[in-house]
Design a protein around this ligand. Structure first.
Ligand code: OAD
Length: 277
């Protein structure tokens, strides 16, 4: 069983900070890291999968049957996420990912908030080197269903383009400027493979990490959920930050009960809110 700490127990924070400062860290994040930015999670109270069926909205079959419905849902999510800003957890992680610390962010999220945070703390020039590994793709990137064309936009431009036909959620479907076939959101749907190169880079970061800092994920979607397991199998320390217990309790050495924006800045001592003396 992991050692459970209610909030920021100073003894545990010091121990965790020492582990983080002394070694390399993989930060593995899920929807909970963005909850305090206003992005809904999937499985908790108010979660997207409580009111929507993934098989109707997030599978290749759903898109083949009803591309209008699938696009409407993704356009709605884009417009929601475009209004959200990175929170203190994204900013603390971005600070450590760009300040020379050995920290790699691996995220299951498609909201782009880790990338936005990296831009905010380090500027465009360093985003490339400290890019979060986005295992499940990006809400703000489209790709062609037939050729290799891809198109990435900043959130506000993506929402403007979605609304160019009049209705922001159900206007004409976007087509590829290169070959004329339909575009689709560049996110990983159920039943689809993740990008091999992104997954390999994430597994490598997990295998070489001294600490896997798991933040805001239920840890039930594979292969992403293997990441903390890999760090654990290689002898690293897994720290789970979550208001509730998760499927990762068997591999977590510490379960810090609290929210991402409260706990992560204090753990990383990155100068954002709630420093622990
Ligand atoms: P879930 O919705 O399954 O889990 C979110 C987790 O965040 C839960 O364990 C919550 O307790 C926790 N949480 C809620 N608020 C929090 C806060 N303020 N701070 C920290 N934690 C908080 O989301 P994921 O685990 O990310 O896949 O879901 C994994 C994948 O399932 C997603 O990437 C998506 C989904 O289907 C695809 O779209 C392919």
């Amino acid at each position: 069983m992991p050692s459970r700490t209610d909030g920021l127990d100073p003894g545990v924070v010091v121990e965790v900070r020492q582990a983080i400062e002394g070694g390399s860290v993989v930060a593995f994040t899920g929807a909970g890291v963005s909850a305090e930015s206003g992005v809904p999670t999937f499985r908790g109270p108010g979660g997207l999968w409580r009111n929507h069926r993934p098989e109707d909205l997030a599978t290749p079959g759903a898109f083949a049957r009803d591309p209008e419905l699938v696009w409407e849902w993704y356009r709605w999510r884009r417009s929601l996420v475009a209004r959200c800003q990175p929170n203190a957890a994204h900013l603390a992680l971005a600070t450590r990912a760009t300040d020379g610390s050995r920290l790699t962010v691996v995220t299951q999220n498609v909201d782009g908030l880790h990338t936005q945070a990296t831009r905010a703390v380090a500027g465009d020039g360093r985003v490339e080197r400290a890019s979060p590994l986005e295992l499940h793709g990006s809400l703000f990137r489209d790709r062609c269903t037939a050729c290799t064309y891809q198109e990435e936009r900043v959130p506000s431009a993506a929402v403007d383009a979605d609304g160019a036909g009049g209705d922001p959620h159900s206007g004409p479907l976007p087509v590829c400027p290169s070959c004329g076939h339909m575009l689709r959101p560049d996110v990983v749907w159920f039943g689809e493979a993740l990008s091999r190169s992104t997954l390999d880079a994430a597994f490598e970061a997990a295998a070489t990490a001294d600490v896997c800092l798991v933040i805001g994920t239920s840890g039930v979607v594979f292969p992403a959920a293997q990441i903390p397991m890999i760090t654990h199998e290689r002898g690293g320390t897994v720290i789970d930050v979550n208001p509730t217990t998760t499927a990762l309790r068997s591999v977590a050495r510490y379960h810090i009960v609290g929210t991402a924006a409260e706990v992560v800045p204090a753990l990383l001592d990155a100068g954002w809110e709630h420093p622990v003396a």
